[in-house]
Design a protein around this ligand. Sequence first.
Ligand SMILES: [Zn+2]
Length: 878
Amino acid sequence: MDELRRNCTVDQTLNLIMRLLFLNASFIGIFLLLGLGNISLAQKNIKPVSVEPGVSLELATYRRSVINNIKYSLGFDISAEKSKAINAAVSISFDLNPITQDLQLDFKQNSDHIKSIVVNDRKVKVDLKEEHLLIDQQNLKSGKNEIDIDFVAGDASLNRNNDYLYALFVPDRARTVFPCFDQPDLKANFLLTLQVPADWKVLANAVKKDSIVNNQRTTYHFANSDKLPTYLFSFTAGKYSDIKKTAGNRPAEFLHRETDSAKIKLSVDSIFIAHQNAISFLENWTGIKFPFQKVGFVAIPDFQFGGMEHPGEVQYKASGLFLDNGATKDQLIARSNLISHETAHMWFGDMVTMEWFNDVWMKEVFANFMADKVTEKMMGSETFNLKFLLDHYPAAYGVDRTQGANPIRQQLSNLQGAGSLYGNIIYHKAPIMMRQLELLMGKENFQKGIREYLKKYAYGNATWNDLIAILSKYSKVNLYDWNKVWVNQPGRPVFEDQVNYSGGKIKDFTITQHPETGAKRIWPQAFQVTLIYADHSKVVPVNMDNEKVVLKEALGLAKPAFILFNADGMGYGLFPADKNSINQLYDLESPLQRASAYITAYENMLAGRYFKPNELLNLFEKGLLLEKSEMNLRLLTGYIGTVYWEFLSPSVRQNTVNELEQNLWNALQSQTLANNKKILFKAYQDISLSPSAKKDLYNIWQKQQPPTGVKLTEDDYTSLALTIALKSDTVTSVLKQQQARITNVDRKERLAFLMPALSLNVAERDAFFNSLKDRKNRQKESSVVTALAYLNHPLRQNTSVKYLSESLGLVEEIQKTGDVFFPQSWLAAIFGNYQSEEAYQIVKAFLANHPNYNPKLKDKILQSTDNLFRAQNLVNVK
Ligand SMILES: [Zn+2]
């Protein structure tokens, strides 16, 4: 799966959220390596597994040792009416070793959902305890067993909408829908039957075998699926348009609900081609043919992630796939990157699956890593290195620099906590770690190791330790030591330099590293230092394999104008900045070097080194005119927005805004590339506060006349309308008018959902917030997150600060009931833009009052309030 932020294209405020997800962030890691138990223990020595909510590691380990060869035959009878219960039936057949305790089937519903249970042809009584159906051992036998259950499906994870639904079970939601063995290492074949309204289309993991129409209803029978863990079993059904083409010479099917003919015309071919490119690349790189029976995918309006990798039925957020001619290069690249990510999962995650969700990061790191390789092939290594730096480093630092930082590999004792493992460390630090590992081993050896791993564990499960054991065979370096600091512990190093000159030449040049927090350790890694002279530059490679390294190659060289640390952007940590670079930063020819310098400057500002917030703002403002790289301009404007809203006090902001608006507007006029103009326009929209800017924005929206050279799409106008509503102080009909302009029913509905969060009437906003306490109003997570960001925008914080305490109080429930990214996106949307002491005290009080709070969720809170904590020291610093 892929996190939300990739496809946040709709609202300006989503930029805000993206920044939060990117730029905020940590914790003391628990690095218990939980080896799965030895399954050869005689059964009689095994004490009964306790019956407790969720799926404990103990239960999973036990079941893995006694259950084999699982097949589910599943039928769902789905009505068009979303409130009508879904009647369902399942037959579970499996082989069982001799057991001496009752067998636990997972089913997280009330017992009134179960209509009947038949175990090996004998009808038995329903015994539902702590989210488990207990099957009496007396009714089971060693060898083949079959359990038949008629039930009413739990439908929260079926995501029912008016005209469609979709099953999304990762990481442990299958058990909320149907009785099953819900753990990743009990793979099974699924034989699915769906009964749906006759005008609905369906898509599932396996190919459709046949369909029978009867009385306005169609029954679809699917073929037996490939072997899948429960979290990858999925289907969708509803009023969709259906497109059949090929991808990678395979037939491929695509369901969608888009109605905008321009978007359809400009997107569909590209979507299929991107799948084809990704499949070809991965077949080539892994040496293994596409591992599943078919290619199929669906675009879902307002989907809660960027994408989810169910084989045969990959789910994508529709707005990430359908782009029109107003799309920026960044959005186009993000789309192909997203498709490559989900496609890479077919090999990494779907074919070879982690044994337990503590290793969920492995499938994500490879999906990102492989997607990056596809992108590299498409765009060339120079652009790719820049994209890699911008995609991963700020986001990884955003967590790793905080008090809530988590290691890449975490412990997980019960699957019900699996959602809390997801975050920017696994999506962004892990690819950085993997690239350093590839560098360490050499590309060829690395590929050989991965190929062996895929072959050995195909259609089965593996752990990170299994992979490290294989990679170690191909590596000269001790990977176990390396693994300890990069994978099993959180945090990043701080680098310091010591340079002495004598007679205009470098006499000493040493670099040291130490951990930003925590116990002494070193991060072995490679990066470059570049010495910049008036007419040339000199690259000095650094192999930072120790606490202190002398740059021998630099000794005796002439004193440079300035020194650029981590010039190739490969190094990970907080690097020194050379303040002599300030006036010449924009003269650097390489966009990669400039980007690395911007990131270093920003990270140092947060650390209280080299730059104060207003100094950094001044430095970055100069770049608005001078920075011509689209990707870099996006980074700079993002940083400017963050500093402006989070690290300038409201009064300083007021004194700054006129000049900043003017600089952005001038840059917009002066820059020539359409995408750059658009980025600058979006930044202008984000920071604007003056009456004249507001008037300009209103006119642009009202007349739908963007500044010359800027292309705005319907989504851009929606975003603009939301900004106008947020910033205007008169009653506004803007949102209603915008809603009338939108024809697509899903997008209309989305805007309708957001409207009360932007109301001028405080009571209406309060009511909206209060409504979120009810789970059913939080179903559209992606819209909820957008609404929360508007609700807690700095301009509304006087009235929204009162939500903070309750927002924190809801996090535990959100983690239990929502999808995996929701706790972090909930927190980021709410806390991302607070800087006040009042907000800070609320967070501190909450943590103090909950000393035994779930440690993973506490980390999430510390991650998303990191900027708020830092703001206490950084705001108003003169
Ligand atoms: Zn993924």
